[in-house]
Design a binder for this molecule. Sequence first.
Ligand SMILES: *Cc1c(COP(=O)(O)O)cnc(C)c1O
Length: 375
Amino acid sequence: MTILMSLMKVDYENLQKVNSQFETVFKEKFKEFLEKGWYVLGEEVSSFEKEFAKYNGNQFCVGVASGLDALILALNSLELAEGSEVIVPANTYIATILAIIKAGLKPILVEPDFVTANIDINKIEENISEKTKVILIVHLYGNMVNMQAVNEIAEKNKISIIEDCAQAHGAMYGGKKSGTFGIGAFSFYPTKNLGALGDAGAITVDDRNLYEKLKALRNYGSHKKYYNDYIGLNSRLDELQAAFLRVKLKYLDDITKHKRELATKYNSKLSDVLKKPKEIDGSYSVYHIYNIRLENLEQRDRLKKYLEEKQIKTEIHYPVPPHKQKAYQELLSGDYPVSEKIHETTLSLPVSYATTAAEVDQVIEIINYWVKTQL
Ligand SMILES: *Cc1c(COP(=O)(O)O)cnc(C)c1O
């Protein structure tokens, strides 16, 4: 183990390093912004919306303040009766479920598939009732859900599809990008594959009426200043963030390529004793998160600690499932053993745009050594 003699410190994420690559252009953009003096819903927002819609293969995009708001507004735009049911995976970031509750709707949690960690396609239909109006899909970790299966279920039961694409910018199923199968809700939170320098989000749609409605909904429900057609929100994509996002959108494919290269390295070289992520047939993952699965909680925590001692930072996505969260005890009942098992055994390894191939080689070598000697 010669490599152990010259250990590098490995960050899980280093946003300063990611964004310093764009520093010169960001500074130019900020200077332009100051000189122009237009702060809210200006040309940067409308240009970003056009560019992001085009990137995705959507007709339209509406910039909003965050991923959470993108989800809330997407749900609001459907104008559903209060208490309507929304199918959602039991293991997702809390924002997906919070959005449903904030929209006055009822989340119906569905167990994930243990291997993909995405919603179990075979358990959707048994959870559909007369009140079900939406399937809210989450492409978790940047890994696509089988959208052909979801489309068939949605069509058969006449329910809408919303996609939480917060972790899946540019991910594809059957050659089509995430956010083109239903209403797409995106987050540009700084750590996401396409990350702003603050909070930001967007909604993608193909229907012109929905597009017009969403543009009003994010802006006090108003198409025309001081005239309110809907009960909306103040949730506009910030003009300066739009300017920064336009710079980074040009590099999104490059960011994805880098992350996929690191993931390929992990996939091919990490010990096969560990469970590794799997892309379903016909899909293209963007590895927002690269996570392995251990046998149990004890093993996972022990490996995490071992890596920490070797100065390798890892994360857990996520430590507590939504139905076990304190604030949601009364709202989310039921047992979700598959989701819980994923939460107990998952470990996310460094796969940032700022992570180098040499760092990944080191992480692999140390993990494989741990597997051989301490598993
Ligand atoms: C990050 C994230 C969100 C929320 O996005 P914000 O911009 O932080 O509000 C929603 N869903 C998923 C799956 C996420 O990862």
